[in-house]
Design a protein. Structure first.
Length: 209
């Protein structure tokens, strides 16, 4: 089962993808992680991507999609995967289709913006291992200390209020049109962001798992 999670920044996509990944035993395929690994490993596509990154340019969609195709051809994706960070635009969605990447379901998490902003203000991240916490709903055992590696937790620049407002605007302009795009294909599932557990239950129910 190949899945895409859609929703505004801070709507809980990362958390829900972890639950789905565990439930279905399929990996979350992050375009950011793929990109970094391909560059680090010096693969042919990674070298192409690095040339753009070194020049301070965005990596073209065709290179990103090439990386995704390589990644989902690996053994751990045989039963499916969850795409994280792709597609962000209709052009990218169409390019995925053209590349033969089949998507079974697209899960849209509907979240209120005030709720998102409040949630992000409490989010803390570990710059060392990438673990994410929330001071109210998922606090670390020791304040500002990562449970996993002992690193000092920080507020990411992406989670600052003004940055979040800009990210939300970009989402509405560029990514939100994907909702209708996938609805028209009959593969869109919409759930409302409530509590973490209740949202997970609704997603599992909609997927029949």
């Amino acid at each position: 089962m190949n899945l895409i999670l859609l929703g505004a920044p801070g709507s809980g996509k990362g958390t829900q993808s972890q639950f789905i990944s565990k439930k279905l035993s399929i990996p979350t395929v992050s375009t950011g992680n793929i990109l970094r690994a391909a560059v680090r490993n010096g693969t042919p596509i990674g070298k192409k991507a690095k040339s753009y990154m070194d020049a301070g340019s965005l990596v073209p969609d065709d290179i990103i999609i090439g990386m995704i195709k390589e990644r989902i051809a690996e053994q751990d994706c045989k039963a499916g995967c969850i795409l994280d960070g792709m597609p962000r635009t209709i052009a990218q969605a169409e390019a995925l289709e053209a590349a033969g990447v089949e998507i079974d379901f697209v899960i849209e998490i509907q979240a209120d913006e005030e709720r998102i902003l409040a949630r992000m203000s409490g989010r803390r991240s570990c710059p060392d291992c990438g673990a994410v916490y929330h001071i109210k709903t998922n606090p670390p055992k020791v304040e500002n200390v990562c449970d996993k590696c002992g690193g000092t937790l920080v507020i990411r620049a992406d989670d600052q209020q003004e940055t979040m407002k800009k990210r939300l605007l970009v989402y509405h302009e560029e990514t939100e049109p994907l909702i209708e795009f996938y609805r028209s294909k009959g593969i869109l599932i919409s759930v409302v962001d409530t509590t973490i557990k209740e949202t997970a239950v609704e997603i599992f129910k909609a997927l029949g798992i």
